[in-house]
Design a protein around this ligand. Sequence first.
Ligand code: NAD
Length: 292
Amino acid sequence: MQILDGKETSKTIRQELAEAVQERKEKGQKTPHLAAVLVGNDGGSLTYVGAKVKACKEIGFESTLIHLEDTITEEELLAKVNELNNDKEIDGFIVQLPLPKHIDEKKITLAIDPKKDVDGFHPTNLGNMVLNLPGFLPATPAGMLELFKRYEIETSGKHCVVIGRSHIVGSPMSILMGRSAYPGNSTVTLTHSRTKNLKELTLQADIIITAIGKPNFLTADMVKNGVVVMDVGITRVEDTTKKKGYKITGDVDFESVAEKASFITPVPGGVGPMTIVSLMMNTLKAMEINQR
Ligand code: NAD
């Protein structure tokens, strides 16, 4: 069994990105610039955005955090998005979700210029993904593709079972794994809360991707020997032995499933760290696109 070490892999990619930025600087070229819009003070969002801005600084990207009050109106936020769309300094930007209830997330997502949509949530980018055209892939699926590549895992002709159909992880991942590409060319089964015979399906899977947010949901009796497992789940589970009083747990019962798996991501340290570097990779790409 081999651990798919997202922490180490993401470090390597950060190093590569830092070198790419350094080279650009030496040539007098523009430094990639990511802006992150955060509305309100949701604890999780503050942490995620903070981590994204910090990652930018570490690799030499410019970053701007735009922290807005949760009383901001939809019109005001749309105006901000428009301003960022037209700001030549900013190569790509994200609007951290979720947004306060009085703001329509779809409207905001649609207002972002697809060329600056480094989260890859705009329908244009999702359409490009389906059509296998250039564009921005959502960060978490892109991070998983990168792990397949870096560990040279064969995906062609394999049966890939995706558990969970969210717009940001499960659904795009099911499309990406079925595309005529590498990683891809898998036979994909997309499962969700209404799936009746999940265990029957997972037992046939060569690759399992879980994105549901249910701790230890996938157990050893549900997988066959040699399976490749990518665990996207992140759930806080009470743990009095930890300083914080909780630990982060994935959707996979790691100890037992690891005994049967050929490759498996740990949680934490698997898919999570890859998500942030994917955003950085998208920002570098955005700069290259927008400079053309
Ligand atoms: P979500 O929370 O929006 O939706 C959950 C999905 O799980 C739904 O599609 C639902 O149909 C499915 N589901 C629920 N119970 C199920 C069951 N018993 N059997 C089969 N399917 C079931 O999904 P999300 O936003 O993709 O988040 C899923 C998990 O991934 C969460 O723990 C989240 O925190 C985590 N996440 C991690 C990253 C990362 O970077 N590692 C990124 C995004 C989300």
